[in-house]
Write a new protein. Structure first.
Length: 383
């Protein structure tokens, strides 16, 4: 019955959304952004009864929230370069009034009212971490977005200033909409079986003390310096371990070579991609969360650590001070000694740790997916 009503309804406006990054099994930053944002945005769009909303994707996917009658999936398969070619064809032959692309690439042909999220311009700062082709592709797609998009959503003031600096983007085109923060996690009681499973998985022993990093294992995440800093830290704190959790990316071989060079292979572990449940276990049990990245458009892992009430060491560069506020220990990510000293302070100064953790919940309240969705909704409709 609902389907028949949908067909007979006369819509005044059509909004298209690129949902190709929604619901990935091994989701990382952009995929998690799409997932959380659309889960909050879809119900809001359901209020616009005169608006048809189309969720475009190359393959069918399950939506985690109830689909309003005016929101439907549009599955349009295509083998490669789906956004550039297949979504472009859709925009030509089945036009929409507004198109929202939550990732960094616009289709070749798009409506005048196209809204795109530019998450960062890390490639401008960390050129050695990208191939020539990646640099060309990212720079070209960003140039096109700045030129053709009606509005550009960015997650931080830092990314806004980068677009103005590197692309001479008009300030009025940019809308700063920070990502959401996870809810504060209640203390979780793990079953004995789960504890055994995860401790075996991560080579942990009872009462192990460890520093945790979560994210893609790439050189641009500054992991070589983190390992060097951990090596210095280990001279005084010999019983500690370092867990680097995440997919292996560009430069992982160099990262692991540093572990071997410093003879830290018995104390540093890289388990690969971890599930949300596994991540929660590691965050619940770590003593320090370290995220001294060279550049971030936002830095969601910092808020995830806050949600588990863990002391955080992160960088004083790019967007990270916006995200962390005064609730984290900030360091110059290019100075190994500063990272090492920060780890030592967080491992030994109980008063400092208590102060930082006490500020985390207030900092987290500045960010929510509900706020992000409402601001995105307003941007799509020109509010």
């Amino acid at each position: 019955m609902r389907y028949n009503v949908f067909l007979e309804y006369n819509f005044c406006m059509v909004v298209g959304i690129d949902a190709s990054r929604y619901g990935h099994k091994e989701a990382t930053g952009v995929e998690w952004y799409s997932y959380h944002l659309l889960n909050e945005l879809i119900p809001l769009l359901g209020r616009e009864h005169n608006t048809e909303v189309r969720l475009y994707a190359p393959a069918d996917f399950k939506v985690a929230v109830e689909m309003p009658f005016n929101v439907k999936k549009r599955i349009i398969p295509f083998p490669k370069l789906w956004t550039v070619f297949r979504l472009s064809a859709e925009m030509i032959f089945k036009r929409v009034d507004v198109l929202f692309v939550p990732s960094h690439t616009l289709p070749m042909f798009c409506p005048k009212k196209s809204v795109i999220t530019i998450h960062d311009v890390a490639f401008k700062y960390l050129k050695s971490s990208y191939s020539w082709f990646q640099m060309w592709l990212l720079n070209s797609s960003t140039k096109k977005a700045v030129k053709k998009a009606w509005k550009l959503i960015v997650p931080s003031e830092a990314t806004k200033q980068d677009l103005i600096k590197f692309y001479n983007c008009k300030e009025e085109k940019i809308v700063v909409i920070p990502h959401g923060a996870p809810e504060v996690v209640p203390f979780e009681r793990w079953t004995d079986a789960e504890v055994k499973e995860y401790k075996d998985m991560f080579f942990m022993k009872d009462r192990d003390l460890f520093v945790l990093y979560v994210g893609r294992l790439e050189t641009k995440k500054n992991l070589i310096r983190l390992i060097e800093a951990f090596g210095r830290f280990s001279v005084e704190f010999s019983g500690w371990k370092l867990i680097l959790a995440g997919k292996r990316g560009l430069g992982f071989e160099d990262i692991w070579a540093k572990v071997l060079e410093l003879k830290l292979e018995k104390n540093v572990f890289a388990p690969g991609y971890i599930t949300e449940r596994e991540k929660s276990f590691l965050l619940e049990n770590c003593r320090i969360f370290a995220f001294p990245s060279l550049y971030e458009g936002f830095g969601l892992p910092v808020l995830e650590a806050f949600a588990h009430r863990k002391p955080v060491l992160t960088s004083k560069t790019s967007s990270l001070p916006e995200v962390a506020g005064n609730a984290a220990f900030l360091v110059n990510p290019e100075k190994v000694e500063e990272i090492s000293v920060g780890l030592k302070r967080l491992a030994s100064d109980g008063v400092l740790v208590t102060q930082l953790i006490g500020r985390e919940e207030a900092q987290m309240k500045k960010f929510s997916w509900e706020k992000a969705a409402k601001a995105t909704y307003g941007t799509l409709f020109g509010f």
